[in-house]
Write a protein that binds this ligand. Structure first.
Ligand code: NAP
Length: 498
């Protein structure tokens, strides 16, 4: 079930938001602590969906500033008025239980006993759950703050062990996945904001995204999980691309962003969730290799993985960036001695900016096609090391004007959203006979490409490479090739709203 909290200060706004939320949510949470002089009777009379009444004190992250007696009195009144649910904090539940008001025989109200931790996800969740489940409440709620992605696994384990209905997830950016995957995790419900700015807790995603990107209502216990490992991940368009492909191609699968700091911890802990496949992005494409069970020979040669497939519990790494970039370059670079597509890059002088995961994939692909590659990277030792592995040249940024360049490739994040006015190379170094390829796809046209256009260069943005690699990735996971045109359409809509 999906619950929308009502975050409004006046009765009129509460009733308006309740009506709007009731069209899409299964349950509405009325936050009395936000409302000035709440008319509880009127609010409950106007409900068309089950309602949770909450009156959160400041100590538990709420807004109620009156006395504890007043706060509890409002919750007792909610029970007398037959609210569907009342949420009562774990350290206040005895006030409800001690009185005759609690669960009078005629009351239909279900009691939710809640524990919130805004600092961390403690290790003793099971003992907290056991304590709370002995209070006599109908439903237990345990909400913690995730300081790292693996905190979600603590919540997953708790939900797997719980005997009675339990609402549990992590707050904060690292905890978003526990909110999205609530059915797979086994939580009684999840919360979603009515719209941006109406969040009642950190990390709460909005109902539109939950329903339309993540198709939360279609999620089942056996929905296959896929996801993106990276940091940052919040601006990636991969969740929209892969979730739309899953929907359009009738897969019972979901794709979520995993914000990962420590890839070793992540891979080890998330094996338990049986994630069926991953995309890998900045900065983990190289470091992830050491934590997989097998690596495809090309990915091994490149030394970078951007795709992981779970084959019966064994995590196998692949690289779809290499073929994707070369294909995009061959499509645009029509100059060739023989006319054969495979020869289009032969003998061409390519200057490659960057020596990270993407640069490694592109450098090996170019070398295989017979291009003359020169690596230029901020960290000179890294450029040297990649050039040695590939068998090509390497130079310093200062040497750029002297390097013969037919094709210039940016494989650094310089110019990527939100730093859209940055460029890795001075405009004057771009010459009209060059092809300039920026691997960045957000924005679709970077400052580097805008400069290159004004200098008369032929330009190639990162989108064709992105489409090629996403299609290859989807095929590796599912065995089905998605139509590239569909990926292009979804990406365009997401990036430019067309
Ligand atoms: P990565 O492994 O983290 O490598 C980043 C590279 O960029 C490193 O060589 C790093 O240099 C360099 N760099 C970072 N910040 C820099 C700065 N401020 N100035 C100069 N150099 C800088 O990342 P990656 O996975 O290779 O991704 C790199 C780029 O490729 C990203 O923009 C990404 O969007 C793009 N990409 C696009 C696609 C696509 O499908 N279109 C696919 C993959 C990647 P140091 O070694 O000095 O740190």
């Amino acid at each position: 079930m999906i619950c929308i909290p009502i975050i409004a200060n006046t009765l009129d706004d509460v009733l308006r938001d309740m009506a709007e939320a009731s069209k899409v949510a299964d349950i509405i949470e009325v936050r009395l602590d936000y409302i000035k002089n709440p008319d509880l009777k009127h609010i409950l009379e106007k409900r068309t969906k089950p309602v949770i009444i909450t009156n959160r004190p400041c100590r538990e992250g709420g807004k109620f500033e009156g006395s504890e007696e007043e706060r509890i009195a409002a919750l007792k009144l909610a029970i007398q008025l037959h609210a569907d649910y009342v949420d009562i904090e774990h350290d206040s539940i005895q006030h409800i239980m001690e009185t005759t008001v609690h669960h009078p025989p005629a009351s239909k109200t279900k009691l939710i006993v809640s524990y919130h931790n805004f600092r961390e996800t403690p290790d003793n969740l099971i003992s907290i759950y056991q304590k709370l489940s002995q209070c006599g409440a109908d439903i237990v709620k345990i909400v913690t703050y995730a300081n790292t992605i693996t905190d979600n696994i603590k919540i997953y384990r708790l939900l797997q062990q719980a005997q009675a209905p339990l609402i549990s997830f992590c707050m904060g950016e690292y905890g978003i996945i526990s909110r999205i995957l609530y059915k797979r995790f086994g939580s009684y419900l999840t919360f979603a904001a009515l719209r941006k700015g109406k969040e009642s807790a950190p990390g709460q995603i909005n109902i539109h995204e939950l329903l339309h990107v993540y198709r939360a209502q279609k999620q089942e216990k056996d929905t296959a999980i896929y996801g993106l490992i990276g940091n940052p991940v919040s601006h990636s368009i991969s969740p929209v691309i892969h979730n739309t492909l899953f929907r359009e191609m009738n897969f019972n699968s979901i794709y979520v962003p995993f914000k990962v700091d420590n890839v070793a911890d992540f891979i080890r802990e998330f094996r338990e969730l049986d994630v069926k496949g991953y995309s890998v992005t900045i900065p983990h494409k190289e470091s992830v290799l050491n934590h997989l069970d097998a690596i495809d020979p090309m990915a091994k040669k490149i030394g970078a993985v951007n795709t992981i497939v779970n084959k019966d519990g064994r995590l196998v790494g692949y690289n779809t960036d290499c073929r994707a970039a070369i294909q995009a370059l061959e499509d645009i670079n029509q100059v060739s001695a023989t006319g054969a597509k495979n020869d289009r890059l032969k003998g061409r002088h390519v200057t490659l900016l960057g020596a990270g995961g993407a640069a490694r994939a592109i450098a090996f692909g170019l070398q295989e096609r017979g291009a003359q590659v020169t690596i230029v990277n901020r960290n000179y030792e890294r450029a040297q090391s990649l050039a040695r592995d590939v068998g090509c040249l390497y130079r310093e940024f200062d040497n750029l004007p002297e390097i013969k360049t037919d094709i210039l490739i940016n494989a650094t994040p310089v110019g990527m959203f939100p730093s859209v006015n940055e460029t890795p190379i001075d405009k004057n170094q771009l010459k009209p006979d060059m092809i300039v390829f920026d691997t960045i796809y957000n924005p679709l046209e970077t400052k580097l490409l805008r400069d290159a256009k004004t200098q008369g260069c032929k330009i190639l943005g990162g989108l064709p490479m992105f489409i090629n690699q996403a299609a290859a990735q989807f095929e590796l996971w599912t065995g089905v090739t998605p139509p590239p045109e569909l990926i292009r359409k979804i990406a365009y809509k997401k990036l430019v709203g067309e």
